[in-house]
Design a protein around this ligand. Sequence first.
Ligand code: MN
Length: 492
Amino acid sequence: MNRENREFWLLVGSQELYGAAVLETVARRAQEMAAYISASGCVPRRLVFKGVVRSDADAVRFCREASFDERCCGVVAWCHTFSPGKMWINGLSLLQKPYCHFATQYHREIPNDGIDMDFMNLNQAAHGDRELGYTEARLRLARKVIFGHWQDAEPLRALGRWMRAALGWAESRTLRVMRFGDNMREVAVTEGDKVETQRKLGWQVNTWAVGDLAEELRAVSDAETAALTEEYLDAYTLATEDRESVACQAREELAIRRMLDREGCTAFSDTFQDLHGLPQLPGLAAQHLMALGYGFGGEGDWKTAALLRVVGAMCEGMGGGSGFMEDYTYHLAGERSCVLGSHMLEVSPALAAGRPEIRTHPLGIGRNSSDPARLVFEGKPGPCTLTSLVDMGGRLRLIVQEAEAIRPILPMPNLPVARVMWRPLPDLAGGVPMWIMAGGSHHTVFSYDADAALLESWADMMDIEFVRIGRGTEPAALKKELMLGDLLWKLR
Ligand code: MN
């Protein structure tokens, strides 16, 4: 599947009753709207007008085609005229793609002199959209409702955000994760039901022997290794004399990438507890692979690895960056309080404020035969989210922490890894206990691009529980929400 071909389909509701002239006008206008929205710069993919729904047969045909067409990542619908809801039931019941109800209308204002019964017949979205809305509600259809004029930036940006969530849906349905080794021994939160995850999210999570990777490593040529090392030196500043270690990481990256590409995997996990045949824990290698768009999770964390790949697909071209993250330690200093995030090596350079440095330092954890090369840098300031996917037993919960990243406020000259600092919202004192209450992991996907609304739309599409912690979240309300969620998700 070529990701560039991904697109969205526009269906416009009407009915035969209005006659050919009205239906032609509806179709012409819908064509114009789809073209305008596609060219608006607010949406990541084009919106293609597929047709006017005039009957039950039309709804069934369009929904069936949308469900089976690989290019179609979602359906956007609205009603230009009244469109009886029973006409839509059989079609929408078949639909297997994300669905958005864009409650809009062709004209912006009511024409004072122009409004007569003909105008009323043709332009009754406020009427038709309520009938369609009832039908969607009655079917318990997973959906997003967006309201506003089709030429206004705000609703189009909301539509663009929904489309991005749907791109994440499409990525999920075909995502394959390669695991090298199991989860870190005794760790709970990185575990999960892989069968349930595949049922809900589509992720295919399987394991390959570290020995296979060690064998692949031996097949990597010196010339390829030298070429990738040059690529590193173009992008990063060399701050070590240990060129051997840098070459070792390049060799590991090439071997991992070769195995991933061969198996159609776009995310992977490894663990420092299983490095048999590998000279070093992949550090620079994993970091550069994340920069290329591969998902990664440390300590066998396949859920975070896959989630990073999905967030990357949702946020393509946004330019902020996303990466694997771990909460490390707090700085409790009044107004200056914040969280320090990092990892033992693997922080994505997509989060860097400046040009990363390649350094080598000893790594006591795991059986490294030499000092692994890694990228060291400071994270950028700006609004961000930290997202964790946890298995609650019988269901998955997506937890999003809204936060404000800051430039690291300490130089920390002896810290041998990349560092990112942030303040959770509503504030550190409120955010941390609520995250812990919700069961959020120490591993997250950190993103400057994905906001809570985007992630919520994705969770809705995947039919999983969504918990947001951020501006306005109250501990008491959250506690109640989690308790109700436990009940609700048992009933589903
Ligand atoms: Mn970790």
